[in-house]
Design a protein around this ligand. Structure first.
Ligand code: ADP
Ligand code: MG
Length: 353
């Protein structure tokens, strides 16, 4: 077992040569033994950052460090096999003509034949697939193939493991269990892990901390609760929750919106702000609440229900997500209340959702 290491990106810039910046000054560290989720929309630079860490892409500027040792930068460029960093590709990248055992052995080039056999079997047993050593990839399920890819990356006992959208190819019903198994294996291996995803819920399920990227820039880094409860801007807020948006101006420390008047604590008087109200933060009752509304539409979604309301002063229908049965099915004219903890405010200008 290797000791977990800290992986640090120091002011990383990158472009693929067409001039556009893929990564624009990214600095972050994954702490020893931590599972860090790298979250962001498609095209935000997540895969590129992993490729730079793994050594299959070189940054234009900045440094990558393993503990305090520079592994890529102005002075050094260690080849991928010298970095002690494993990478699990998005499509698993198993060799179809090699057995499962040989697929796992593939990552162990530094060892002699007999040793690779033992190490590969050990790695397979850690993901619970010893019995498939002699099988070929095509007979395995998607979840099992993902575990083989994980075993192959773990076999050389890397200090850091990078996983690029490891669950995106899986059936949604499989995802939960494969995710839980993968997390358990990562914890057992004690490796530092960076898991890439574009799904905020997945990041919250997997990550000790989450780093959110947008257009090659780090927007916010912290525990899930922090990004959810105290998002640094509207983009971060919108990535974690569905929002109703209103524009308002702060007057006497308060902001007036169609859903009520809210304390604008901290924002200066006269500021032009966006007020974001989480869909899940709106309650509807037949007899009391803050503002009058009329039900426009309701859609049954199983545990929850999606509703739209007409509210005076709102240009668009106000959307809400409520527990099924929370509002009587015949309700038409109702009262809405927005919970203050689900109301977020940001100064406008520069940043947009
Ligand atoms: P993500 O993994 O977050 O979807 P990527 O790192 O794959 O983002 O891509 C970031 C940006 O770089 C995108 O605009 C993408 O089109 C571009 N890009 C990715 N790979 C290449 C490449 N090999 N050549 C040129 N542009 C690329
Ligand atoms: Mg990608």
């Amino acid at each position: 077992m290797t000791f977990a290491a800290r992986l640090t990106f120091e002011n990383i810039f990158h472009s693929y040569g067409n001039g556009a910046a893929t990564l624009d000054g990214v600095s972050l560290s994954a702490e020893p033994g931590e599972v860090l989720c790298l979250l962001g929309p498609s095209g935000s630079g997540k895969t590129t950052l992993l490729r730079i860490a793994a050594g299959i892409e070189a940054q234009t500027r900045g440094r990558v460090l393993l503990n305090d040792r520079e592994i890529a930068g102005p002075n050094v460029f260690l080849s991928p096999e010298k970095r002690s960093i494993g990478l699990v590709f998005q499509d698993f990248a198993l060799f179809p003509h090699l057995t499962i055992l040989d697929n796992v052995r593939f990552g162990l080039t530094a060892l002699s034949g007999a040793e690779t056999m033992d190490e590969a079997r050990l790695a397979l047993s850690r993901v619970g697939l010893e019995h498939h050593a002699g099988s070929y990839p095509h007979i395995l399920s998607g979840g099992e193939q993902q575990r083989v890819a994980l075993a192959r990356a773990l076999a050389p006992r890397p200090a850091v493991l990078l996983l690029d959208e490891p669950f995106s190819g899986l059936d949604s019903r499989l995802k939960d269990s494969v995710r839980a198994e993968t997390l358990a294996i990562l914890r057992q291996s004690r490796a530092t892990a960076i898991v890439v995803t574009h799904d905020a819920e997945e990041a919250m399920r997997m990550g000790d901390r989450i780093a959110l990227l947008k257009d090659g820039r780090l927007k916010q880094l912290g525990p899930a609760e922090e990004l959810f409860q105290a998002p640094s801007d509207l983009f971060v807020a919108g990535f974690f929750s569905e929002l109703n948006l209103f524009r308002a101006r702060v007057r006497s420390g308060r902001a007036e919106t169609p859903l009520g008047v809210f304390d604008a604590h901290g924002l200066p008087d006269g500021a032009d702000i966006s007020v974001a109200v989480r869909l899940s933060g709106i309650e509807a009752h037949e007899n009391d609440g803050d503002v009058e509304a009329r039900v426009i539409s309701r859609r049954f979604l199983g545990e929850t229900e999606a509703l739209e309301f007409a509210v005076a002063g709102a240009d668009n229908p106000v959307r809400a997500r409520m527990r099924r049965g929370a509002l009587a099915s015949q309700a038409r004219d109702v009262w809405l209340t927005a919970r203050r903890s689900d109301v977020l405010m940001f100064e406008r200008g520069g940043e947009s959702a």
